[in-house]
Design a protein around this ligand. Structure first.
Ligand SMILES: NC(=O)c1ccc[n+]([C@@H]2O[C@H](COP(=O)([O-])OP(=O)(O)OC[C@H]3O[C@@H](n4cnc5c(N)ncnc54)[C@H](OP(=O)(O)O)[C@@H]3O)[C@@H](O)[C@H]2O)c1
Length: 273
């Protein structure tokens, strides 16, 4: 494949604004989807190299109400990879959380995984406790903390993200079973911070508690897109060099989906309402 073309959904988000220049530095092409034309200058300001490879598309994600709506955008842009870093961020109540974090995300996944789409990889920025079961490596403190976040603090976000993550896994498997080369990457950071990061990460089977900088999430996402990785990866601040951590997870096929009911996930209903 020639230079990859990445469509970033949620292009004006804090992670996306850090990811965009990293992809341009690789000489990749980026189309950044934003909802407000006034945000365009914030996107173009990130392009410290290869600015000619950056495009901005104004499209509301909330307006995506079907797979056809998402297909229209993908057909227009024809990306090789899609990064989902959009989110309602708790604004607009449960209706908006489900409309963006679950429904629009699943429509984009469905469109991307279709045999006729150009997309070969879908990287979804999720969060570390977006899962139904306790993985075997969690401590009792990890379990209690995850329960508190998922049941008391972010109950609707939790339901929306689990639905999107499981749909990504199931829909991608169906696409591969149907003969399409399609990698699903579910990147699952802990609490996000705005510092520069750069001191290393804990990537793979981590605890459920802790934080990581948005800058490091962007670095890990950029590195993962350059590999053959597929699966779920949890991410916290740590001490391992990012490229080494990514190489290790690829080589060892680390997949944090371990502990979930895989059969139930693969039986997720793929037809969307
Ligand atoms: N906060 C945490 O601690 C945490 C932890 C783990 C994972 N995460 C996940 O990580 C993701 C990325 O984090 P972040 O800090 O970069 O989030 P963010 O800054 O809130 O970015 C989300 C982006 O989605 C965009 N968006 C929302 N509704 C849209 C619409 N209708 N049309 C187009 N774009 C829309 C927002 O646009 P505007 O800029 O116009 O608002 C924003 O740019 C989040 O979405 C979240 O799911 C968060």
């Amino acid at each position: 494949m020639s230079t990859p073309h990445v469509l970033i959904l949620g292009g004006h988000g804090k992670v996306a604004l850090k990811l965009t220049p990293l992809l341009l530095q690789k000489s990749w092409r980026v189309t950044s989807v934003i909802r407000d034309k006034d945000q365009e200058s914030d996107i173009t300001a990130t392009a410290n190299s290869h600015a000619e490879n950056l495009k901005v598309l104004v499209e509301s994600i909330e307006g995506v109400r079907s797979t056809n709506d998402a297909t229209r955008v993908l057909d227009q842009v024809k990306p090789d990879y899609v990064v989902w870093s959009a989110g309602a961020a708790g604004k607009g109540g449960p209706v908006r959380t489900f409309a963006i974090d679950r429904d629009a995300c699943r429509y984009y996944i469905d469109a991307a995984a279709s045999p006729t789409s150009t997309v070969k990889k879908f990287l979804l920025v999720s969060y570390i406790t977006s899962r139904r079961s306790y993985p075997p490596w969690w401590t009792s403190e990890d379990k209690a903390s995850a329960d508190n976040v998922n049941q008391n603090i972010l109950a609707n976000y939790y339901k929306a993200k689990v639905a999107a993550d499981e749909y990504l896994t199931a829909r991608s498997k169906a696409a591969r079973d149907g003969g399409k080369a399609f990698a699903d990457i579910c990147l699952r950071p802990g609490f996000l911070t705005d510092d520069d990061g750069g001191e290393g990460v804990l990537l793979g089977k981590t605890g459920s508690r802790g934080e990581v900088s948005r800058a490091d999430v962007a670095r890990v996402a950029a590195a993962l897109l350059d590999t053959e990785y597929r699966g779920w990866l949890d991410l916290l601040k740590g001490k391992e060099d990012i490229q080494e951590a990514v190489n290790r997870c690829v080589a060892e096929k680390v997949d944090c989906i371990e502990g979930e009911d895989l059969e139930a996930i693969y039986n997720t209903k793929l037809e969307l309402d």
